[in-house]
Design a binder for this molecule. Structure first.
Ligand code: ADP
Length: 406
């Protein structure tokens, strides 16, 4: 029985006490064997419980750190290691405040306050990551605190969305305040007597009209973006020959050149077509795609020098058709190339406003092109001109498709 007790103490439950009699010693031996079986079973249960917990912890999408009552880390799951970009040996037995990079707080205060905090991981050690950390104490039945658990939740995306939303609201307010302030100034001047001056009044009224229409354009652009953002802007797709479609849009611009020339005061420009003759069938929402091409053409005209040539090309490869629109304008600095598709981003704010721009045209174009599973980008050499590219998915028609039609 003594040997058996030592086996049990070592975690070996395989041996049993031999029972020779039914007397008190025999009964003690039997109770001993039952005890050994019970201990083995409860050991197995607690092992499987631990494995279950380990598996839950390692498959969680949140990071978990457990500490002892002094705030030193005793358990950490894989997600927490990924979030913090550290190895397990770097954090075990380390104060949790140090592990989370909180220099001004003691681990004890951190866990006892049970507060929820936001932790920003040093962007030098990994891509910026914002974590939401919540703490809770582990208490025994007696109320004695034996440690704490800290759960880390990745809120980077959420935080970025909130920040960009705040930025957007601030941009909209600013964008609307500028024309409103100028309207107010002109109306005040008119009110104070300028309306009587035949040299000033028409000019002032023209400015107020221009500013009002720019604000209306901006609100309409904002509503388009909001419809796209909310996913309520339905795509009305149809197969069109892009070649014909672009020709049709450019004919319209050619007409405008003619009428502009008649007025003789507007800028002159020429549109050069390099479209080829091949029919390129793509599935697009014609209204929306027309809006995109109109916007890029209008920009090309706006930023072209007098007498400038705007070249429109269509090329294709195995699975994409690429429409490019090049101008000979002042170009776009390299550092701004990636940003011009952001809402309200303009290289030269004052110039864009003066030309009636809303700073939203390219942002809308990007959303529309992406909704077609396409891509839009720009290239430019400063002082020489810019080229805007739109690439759309394209599947060359095969002979079989022709047969399908028949
Ligand atoms: P905007 O209403 O200001 O034209 P867009 O979204 O259409 O707004 O364009 C954003 C900015 O991109 C413009 O303000 C301008 O700085 C720049 N940009 C767009 N097209 C051209 C171009 N063809 N040449 C030079 N800069 C351009």
């Amino acid at each position: 029985m003594q040997k058996q007790a030592l086996h049990i103490a070592d975690g070996d439950y395989s041996t049993q006490v031999k029972i020779y009699s039914n007397d008190e010693l025999g009964q003690l031996g039997r109770a001993f064997n039952t005890l050994s079986v019970r201990i083995e079973r409860s050991q197995e249960e607690s092992d499987s419980e631990r494995r279950r917990l380990d598996s839950v912890l390692s498959h969680m999408s949140d990071g978990v750190l457990a500490t002892d009552r002094h705030g030193n880390v005793s358990v950490v799951n894989q997600m927490a290691l990924n979030f913090l970009n550290v190895k397990e040996e770097d954090v075990i037995n380390k104060p949790i405040a140090e592990v989370l990079g909180l220099k001004d707080t003691s681990s004890q205060d951190l866990i006892s306050s049970q507060k929820e905090i936001v932790v920003t991981i040093d962007p030098n050690t990994r891509d910026e990551m914002i974590l939401h950390a919540s703490f809770s104490l582990i208490k025994r039945v007696t109320g004695f605190v034996s440690g704490s658990v800290c759960v880390l939740h990745d809120v980077t995306e959420q935080q970025k969305n909130e920040d960009s939303q705040k930025q957007f609201v601030s941009n909209v307010s600013h964008e609307l305040r500028t024309p409103l302030t100028s309207l107010q100034a002109y109306i005040e001047a008119l009110n104070e007597g300028a309306w009587k001056d035949p040299n000033i009044a028409p000019k002032f009224l023209e400015v107020t009209q221009q500013e009002t229409s720019r604000m209306i354009r901006m609100i309409n652009d904002l509503l388009s973006l909001s419809r796209i953002d909310r996913g309520v802007s339905k795509m009305d797709l149809e197969f069109v020959n892009l070649n014909d479609f672009v020709n049709h849009i450019l004919n319209r611009f050619d007409m405008i050149v003619k009428t502009d020339k008649n007025k003789d005061k507007k800028k002159k420009y020429t549109i050069k077509r390099e479209l080829g003759n091949q029919a390129l069938w793509v599935e697009i929402d014609t209204d929306k795609m027309m809006q995109v091409i109109d916007n890029i053409m209008n920009n090309a005209i706006k930023y072209s020098p007098n007498g400038g040539v705007i070249t429109v090309r269509l090329t294709q490869n195995k699975n994409h058709v690429i429409l490019s629109i090049s101008d000979q304008g002042l170009g776009i600095p390299r550092k701004d190339l990636g940003k011009i598709f952001d809402r309200f981003y303009r290289v030269d704010k004052a110039r864009s406003r003066a030309q009636g721009g809303t700073g939203l045209g390219l942002a809308i174009a990007k959303e529309i092109v992406e909704a077609h599973h396409g891509r839009i980008w720009a290239d430019s050499s400063e002082g020489k001109g810019s080229t805007f590219y739109i690439s759309l998915p394209y599947k060359p028609m095969t002979e079989e498709d022709d047969w399908d039609e028949v």
